[in-house]
Design a protein around this ligand. Sequence first.
Ligand code: ZN
Length: 332
Amino acid sequence: MKPSPVKSTIDFEQDGLQHGFLKLPHSHDESAYGSVMIPISMAKNGEGPTALLTGGNHGDEYEGPIALFDLARTINPRQIRGRVILVPAMNYPAFQAAKRTSPIDSGNMNRSFPGNPEGSITEKITDYFQRTLLPLAEWVLDLHSGGKTLDFLPFCAAHRLEDKQQEQRCAEAMRAFNAPYSMMLLEIDSVGMYDTAAEAMGKVFITTELGGKGTATAETVRIAKRGIRNFLIHAGILKGSPELSPSIHLDMPDQRCYIGSESNGLLEMKVDLGEKVQEGQLLAVVHDHQRTGTEPVPYHSQLDGILTARHVPGLIGMGDTLAVVATVTASP
Ligand code: ZN
């Protein structure tokens, strides 16, 4: 395969703290010989494990970028062993545009792995992660939130994997992150995901959903910062003791967890995030706002659990995920 067109301005073998860019040539109307400049930092202190920390895989999710720009500024290489590589906004063009996908090529980074060095801008970035950054790391944390169209309970997640020992190591890292909720996650479609790429390489991979609505709250940012620190301590990279509090364990046993809308209209939730629900319970109704006097369409939970995610903002479309219900497996 062709070499990547992405060039790093930092040296991954050099000790100390470096700030630089992943520089990707992009010729366009506003800049004939221009480049996409993706910020990257690395702290390194001698031999040891490597952690790769990312946010902004989707450009409208903010806890990861806030926590990682903060960590890049404050991390002290003398307090670590090994390497911490930070990319606060993976899909930087999407992040700049405050959009889920890239304004350049409409690329959804988390559906574009393993990428292509001769493909679109998004595929060139994912190819660089696939062939250059992921192979450097044993520990991988990708911070997500709901973006502009979902809101989540704050959870850290690991996936069910074929390799049960790897699944165990990922689940341990998820518990170490110690978000208020810890989720064994079932993806709606795992093809092309960064998660799947990292897991296929045998990495310890965890992800998060920490909130959403296209912004971040003081509480969800605190959860991100604390979880990153706990994760680096768990990986044996950062010195110190983890800061732990009770976490509710959740599971998504099958696709019944996802409730999709089959109507366009005005969304009226009947249950809020974190509330317990029972199979058959009314979760929401969707009103036809084009005329008065019509009955709203009801949506019910398909299993017992708690409301873990919901659609935002107030209007919903056909095919949108309306709600996610997860089952509680352990409650402190
Ligand atoms: Zn995301």
